[in-house]
Design a protein around this ligand. Structure first.
Ligand code: PEP
Ligand code: MN
Length: 349
């Protein structure tokens, strides 16, 4: 079995949003290869556009350009596939990596068709998060490919559709990919800052955040002449701008062999474990008190929820928390969760 192309720390997948013509694709690929930062060349060939009437990619014709770009630049290639026919065509032109777009991951029928079409091909598949914030669809897609015997999988975090004006094209909602990383620690998590940001200005901060969160790499849109791009013009970088961006990132690693650092970290973590254990025991004690109160209330036929008392507790703790420099929103959520559990426990005995 050949080594995986994606199991590499700080993997860089770069290339145009769309392959537009042979010249544009070859130029972009050659410039990226010369810059020396890119591991894999991406290009959209079939473009899933939210609305009709926009450039929908050149289709199968572009696959021969991509093969030429691969041969001349030496970079392995990646394209988005949405139907079994796309898979068949891409395989004929020796595309190395296939990715599932965000508008496809939402549809279990399409995902299943792709998983069936890819069974036994040994291909590397990258799965973008679904456009909506439903982690189960993302998990479902991983499971469908795994059931088809596909073992070389990666995840791409490209942000989620939102109605609010967050400043992002697709707000990242970092907690969802973090949960996926937790569920699938062996599957690389790759950020797509281009579709999260929708502009060039915020790319750096999103890439830096992904590095801080121990992501494994990025897929980023790069075009030899972004101002002429037929799709996603505002978010594409020139190859040399990608180099500048990467040179400006503070790269971090999840582990260090500096023994002093490791010892200090172990010591602090041990203390945190101890505090967490004590916190749990204290919460359990508190719940036992709640159960006793529940019994008393039942004996005297009084209501479990007494809002006057709860408001008093809330205000007292919020002002204490402020003095202790604890975030108000966090303490509110914590107290509310504690209160809900307390009401549940009062009704238990
Ligand atoms: C793309 O990568 O060009 C693309 C269409 O992305 P997404 O599926 O994340 O919208
Ligand atoms: Mn794009």
């Amino acid at each position: 079995m050949t080594a995986s192309l994606i199991q590499k720390k700080n993997l860089i997948i770069a290339g145009p949003c769309s392959a537009e013509d042979e010249e544009q694709l070859i130029q972009t690929a050659m410039q990226l290869a010369r810059e020396g930062k890119t591991d894999i060349l991406r290009a959209g060939i079939w473009k899933p556009r939210t609305s009709p009437g926009f450039f929908e990619g050149v289709g199968t014709r572009a696959l021969s350009w991509l093969l030429r770009a691969k041969n001349e630049s030496g970079l392995p290639t990646a394209v988005e596939v949405a139907t079994p026919r796309h898979v068949e065509d891409a395989l004929q032109f020796d595309v190395d990596i296939l990715w599932i777009g965000a508008r496809t991951t939402v549809n279990p029928f399409s995902v299943q068709q792709l998983a069936d079409a890819l069974r036994g091909t040994g291909k590397t598949i990258l799965i973008k998060n679904p456009v909506n914030t439903d982690i189960k669809l993302w998990i479902g897609a991983v499971e469908r490919f795994q059931k088809s015997g596909i073992t070389d999988l990666g995840l791409i975090h490209r942000g989620f559709t939102s109605y609010s004006d967050s400043g992002y094209r697709n707000p990242p909602m970092w907690q969802i990919p973090i949960e996926m990383k937790h569920l699938y620690p062996a599957i690389p998590m790759i950020v797509d800052p281009s579709h999260i940001c929708g502009n060039r200005e915020n790319l750096h901060s999103v890439v830096q955040k992904s590095i801080d969160l121990d992501y494994d790499g990025m897929m980023i849109e790069v075009h030899c002449s972004p101002h002429l791009a037929l799709t996603d013009k505002e978010q594409q970088l020139m190859p040399r701008e990608l180099t500048a961006l990467l040179d400006d990132i503070v790269w971090k690693c999840a582990v260090s062999d500096d023994t002093d650092f490791v010892l200090q970290l172990d010591y602090l973590r041990e203390q945190i474990n101890q505090v967490d254990q004590e916190l749990l025991e204290l919460i359990a004690n508190r719940m036992q008190l709640s159960q006793h109160i529940g019994k008393l209330k039942r004996a005297t036929q009084t209501t479990v929820l007494q809002s006057g008392r709860w408001n008093e507790v809330l205000q007292k703790h919020l002002s204490r928390a402020k003095k202790l420099d604890l975030g108000e929103q966090f303490i509110r959520q914590y107290l509310e969760a504690l209160h809900m559990e307390s009401i549940r426990q009062q009704n238990l005995l």
